[in-house]
Design a protein around this ligand. Structure first.
Ligand code: ASP
Ligand code: MG
Length: 411
């Protein structure tokens, strides 16, 4: 017998028929002797619609009321899920965020969970009841409804699994697992059986949108075993059909490289001939940070003459206008010219194996060179190498790298 948190994303509860299908899976988990807490998203598209309503009233609406509005999608699906379970003879009830409660800080619109009370839930689960919990919702110290940021139901599920000390957190979604790369780009991409939290965080933040990055960070910190699986196949979580996200030590056969990620949400800014004196980087990047612009990759050249250097960095595409506004207004920094481009993408090779195996970077650079792809910026960490390239070459680069590291399906 296990205690399982099962989370169903928006496409898995998109209409009543799908909610009933999801309920069938829970029935099978219960019949197998497991205790289950179900976390549900809003029906797909509903949250977008609700966000749209708020914007129609005013661009600068009260975020506390925004949370009241956008949290309601999950309230609907949790009630419907509880009914669907009851119809199948399962004792089930919904527990809204404020009823549990899921306590959060007061950052409305992107609140963070501070505490989850689980005593009552544990008692009910122990007596065979299924708890249905809307994701995304919380309540602040001031007793106001809060939400956890877009995609936040993953975080609700993982945090609940941690608080309940669940054996596993199953994330039912519209793909059957985490792949070595985007199967739409490389049809031979292979489903990964087990992946480490660290790699999953890289893949999640690098553009594989299967899980909200924050949810994986919480899972890693709290040691919650995650499984990503499809709700559209006949399996249930306990059949273990999906991708397991676990501690690195639980992975016996480590791959050198686990996956290739790409992101087109990139833009590049270059400051030409910046004066090469101490403090310049701080004077450029502090105002960007203050403006809420996240800088990702950075390169600064050695200056040949000891006086001037070129500085290039990347930001998300949406942040480009704001970032340009900030650098154009820099007062204490002298430079000759600003260049910018959003015709770039970032391609990354991810794998914990590269810590102990040299040559991974060299293979990446050679592979791209053989395809005539120019590398504009490089950044590395212990478990990933990222390059910035011209956007038009994204798919070619991903395909070539996927083949070069031998990641395709062999059977
Ligand atoms: N319904 C919310 C959203 O669309 C939360 C979630 O589904 O994870 O962002
Ligand atoms: Mg999601």
């Amino acid at each position: 017998m296990a205690l399982i948190v099962a989370k169903f994303g928006g496409t898995s509860v998109a209409d009543v028929e799908r909610i009933e299908r999801a309920a069938e899976k829970i029935v099978r988990e219960v019949e197998a002797g497991n205790q289950v807490a179900v976390v549900v998203s809003a029906m797909s598209g509903v949250t977008n619609t609700l966000v749209g309503y708020c914007g129609e009233i005013s661009k600068l609406h009260d975020l506390r009321e925004y949370d009241v509005v956008v949290s309601s999608g999950e309230q609907i699906t949790s009630g419907l899920m509880a009914m669907a379970l009851q119809k199948r003879g399962i004792a089930a009830r919904s527990w809204l965020g404020w009823q549990i409660p899921f306590k959060t800080n007061d950052m409305h619109g992107k609140a963070r969970i501070t505490d989850i009370q689980t005593e009552e839930l544990k008692k009910r689960l122990g007596s065979g009841e299924v708890a249905v919990v809307p994701g995304f919702q919380g309540i602040t110290e001031a007793n106001r409804i809060s939400t956890l940021g877009r995609g936040g139901s993953d975080t609700s599920a993982v945090a609940l699994a941690a608080a309940l000390e669940a054996d596993r957190c199953d994330i039912y979604t519209d793909v059957d697992g985490v792949y070595t790369t985007d199967p739409r780009i490389v049809p031979q991409a292979r489903k990964i059986k087990k992946i480490s939290f660290e790699e999953m965080i890289e893949l999640a933040s690098l553009g594989s949108k299967v899980l909200q990055t924050r949810s994986v960070e919480i899972a890693m910190k709290q040691g919650v075993k995650l499984q990503v699986l499809s709700s559209f196949e006949d399996h249930i979580g306990s059949d273990m059909p999906g991708t397991l996200v676990v501690q690195e030590s639980e992975i016996m056969e480590e791959e050198l490289v686990s996956g290739i990620a790409c992101s087109r949400d990139e833009a590049k800014i270059t400051l030409l001939r910046v004066s090469d004196v101490p403090g310049v980087a701080s004077k450029v990047f502090s105002p960007l940070g203050k403006a809420g612009v996240n800088v990702d990759m950075i390169v600064q050249n050695v200056s040949a003459d000891g006086q001037f250097t070129d500085m290039t960095f990347t930001v998300s595409r949406a942040d480009l206008p704001r970032a340009l506004e900030v650098v154009e207004k820099l007062e204490e920094v002298e430079y000759e010219k600003i260049l910018s481009s959003d015709n770039v993408s970032k391609v990354s090779v991810v794998g914990v194996g590269m810590i102990s195996h040299p040559g991974v970077a060299e293979k990446m650079f050679t592979t791209l060179a053989n395809k005539g792809i120019n590398i504009q910026v490089i950044s590395t960490s212990e478990i990933k190498i990222s390059v910035l390239i011209e956007e038009d070459y994204t798919e070619l680069a991903v395909r070539a790298l996927h083949a070069a590291y031998g990641l395709e399906e062999t059977a």
